[in-house]
Write a protein that binds this ligand. Structure first.
Ligand code: TRP
Length: 78
């Protein structure tokens, strides 16, 4: 199996109600799991045979091997 399917990532919620949404690998790209994190909760997860993409909704810090990504870096509504 392709070793990239084993990469880990970490999502740390900076507010209540952050969603980590797993999307299916393969021809169809569908939501298959939504995990809700409250403030300061951390989800440590992998890309797998079943999960090829992840969507993060809400204010969070995401740690990957490509670097650290902050969502809501600046408030674009103002
Ligand atoms: N059953 C899922 C899988 O093995 C669990 C999972 C792994 C998951 N990584 C994820 C769910 C990332 C949501 C986001 O693929």
């Amino acid at each position: 199996m392709d070793s990239t399917q084993h990469d880990y990532f970490v999502v740390k919620a900076k507010e209540n109600g952050v969603h980590v949404i797993g999307l299916t690998r393969g021809h169809d790209t569908k939501f298959h799991h939504t995990e809700k994190l409250d403030k300061n909760e951390v989800m440590f997860a992998q890309f797998t045979e079943h999960t090829s993409a992840v969507k993060v909704r809400g204010n969070a810090t995401i740690y990957t091997k490509y670097g650290v990504i902050e969502t809501n870096e600046k408030d674009e509504s103002s």
